[in-house]
Design a protein around this ligand. Sequence first.
Ligand SMILES: [Zn+2]
Length: 95
Amino acid sequence: MFDKPLDQWPELNNFNERAVIQQLEAYSAEGAIPCECRECMLDVIALSLNSLPSRYAVSLLQKFYETPGEERTFRAEIKAAVDRAAAKVRLQPHH
Ligand SMILES: [Zn+2]
């Protein structure tokens, strides 16, 4: 019987979600985010994730890249998605 609520699967992790938030934290440390209110941050995260492929894993230890070159490509993909999302939110903030 499948009776577990949808929020009861903590092992299921979206690898890209953590990577997008890490990128936002880096931008925040650089003072590179025009508005850090919760609405703007959530909009940037959601827009970024909608433009990226799904990368779910059941372990936080799983990596989606093997070599340093693959990691650079992955980080560049995340950064580009966050940059595009931040530019959109900057133009049309919902706060
Ligand atoms: Zn804002």
